[in-house]
Structures are given as C-alpha cells and as structure tokens.
Design a protein around this ligand. Structure first.
Ligand SMILES: *Cc1c(COP(=O)(O)O)cnc(C)c1O
Length: 233
C-alpha cells in the first residue's frame, strides 16, 4: 500500500509531468492538499513530507485544525484555504482564521469577510466561485454576472481578489472536462484586461486535474489522491 508521502510525491510528479506536456512552467501550479474529514495526524504526515497548503470545506473543522497547528507547529508557515460553501453566519470564523477563501459567490459574503477580517492580519485572499456547469450546480455565480461582482469586491478594503474558482459537474471524459475548464480560462482572460492582478484559477481535483492544468489552472485542489477516499459520518 502506498504511504501518504508516496502519494504526495506521485501527485507532485504528475503535476510536473502534465505541466511540461502542455508547455507550462510547473512552478506556476500550486498543490492544495484537501484535508477535509482527515485527522491532524495525517496532515502532520503531509507537512513532514513538505506540504504547506491545505484546503478545508467545513468551517468548524478547519478552524480546529488551524488552532491545533498554531499550537503544535507555531513556526511552520502553513497556508489554509477555505474551499467549501459558506453561510453568512459563519463568515467571522473564516475571516479570523483562513488565508484564502475560494467560494465568494455574492457580495454579502464578501462584505462580511472584509468587515470581519482582523486589522492585524494581512488581507484575506479571495476567489470568485463561478457556476460553470450551470444546469446542474447550485453553487457559484453565473459567468455573465462575474464582472459585476468583481467590480464590487475590489472596493472592499480587507480582501485581495486573486482570481476565479470552479467545481464543474463530475465528468469522466477528458475532452468534455477540457471544454468546461477552457471556458473558465477564457473568462479569466477577459477579466484580466481590466484587472491584471487576477491571476489565480483554482480548478482541478483528483479526477480532472489533467484537463484543468491544460486549461491554465494555477491551483489544483487534491484530496483523494493524497489522503485516500473519505468516509462521511
Ligand atoms: C473535496 C474537494 C476537493 C478534493 O476532491 P478530490 O476528488 O478528493 O481530490 C477539491 N475541491 C473541493 C471544493 C472539494 O470540496
């Protein structure tokens, strides 16, 4: 059986290989290890193998882990990404604890995060989540409404808008995955004309990482291939 460090090494090698195949610089693609539902001892194993960026979907669980590692590894520069759906009554916990927030889909959430970001912390890095598979997915904002939200989010003082994020509908066919991810790439390119600081494209999971990287992803969010499959209680 592969160990967690083996899995991490394999994923990093794979990212590198895919990047080179599409003539991209591998260092422009960041691996976010999605540790939702996984215990702190497994995260520690990943940290010991060199992984520093982690993604969490559930606010309470994520905050507990962030506090745990602040206590146990105060010198390790971990970066925590909130990647789950967020209700407005939970924004404060994200604002006070996370470094990145990937799932902004309306102004109200962004406003609350900016208001609640503590003054002694750097700006919260945020991404706008796009509902790119529009018929099936409920989360994210419609592509034709993204530009308007961008205009509003960039006025918020304690947020730094870095780009876009998407979770397309599950699709096994590579060519179909690629078509959807390329729509995200086009959308980001069109925004970059007015907002050149928007450089991040958070897309690609265990099952569709290759197509995501081919379409310009700069952050892949990988859980299963690193930590194994998840059991939900
Ligand atoms: C769970 C999750 C992932 C990781 O998915 P895997 O298929 O396990 O790699 C990535 N992004 C989001 C938003 C998730 O919820």
């Amino acid at each position: 059986m592969n160990t967690l460090p083996d899995n991490l090494l394999a994923i990093n090698n794979k990212i590198r290989e895919i990047a080179l195949e599409c003539e991209r610089d591998p260092s422009t693609i960041e691996l976010i290890a999605v540790s939702k539902t996984k215990p702190v001892n497994q995260i520690t194993e990943a940290i010991n193998a060199g992984q520093l960026s982690f993604g969490e979907n559930y606010v309470q669980e994520g905050v507990e882990k962030i506090h745990y590692f602040k206590q146990t590894l105060p010198e390790t520069p971990l970066v925590w990404h909130f990647i789950g759906p967020l209700q407005s009554n939970k924004t404060k916990l994200v604002a006070e604890n996370f470094d990145w927030m990937h799932t902004i889909d309306r102004l109200k959430i962004a406003q609350r995060l900016s208001d609640q970001r503590p003054a002694n912390m750097p700006n919260l890095n945020v991404l706008i989540q796009v509902n790119i598979s529009q018929e099936t997915s409920k989360s994210g904002i419609a592509p034709d409404q993204v530009a308007e939200l961008v205009k509003q989010v960039i006025t918020l003082p304690n947020l730094s808008l870095r780009g876009l994020m998407a979770i397309p509908e599950i699709e096994n066919d590579y060519d179909k995955q690629l078509i959807i991810f390329k729509q995200m790439q086009q959308l980001l390119l069109s925004l970059q004309i007015d907002y050149p600081f928007m450089k991040t494209l958070s897309m690609g999971m265990t099952g569709d990482m290759q197509a995501a990287i081919a379409a310009g992803s700069t952050m892949v969010r990988i859980g299963t291939a690193i930590f194994g499959s998840r059991q939900y209680l």
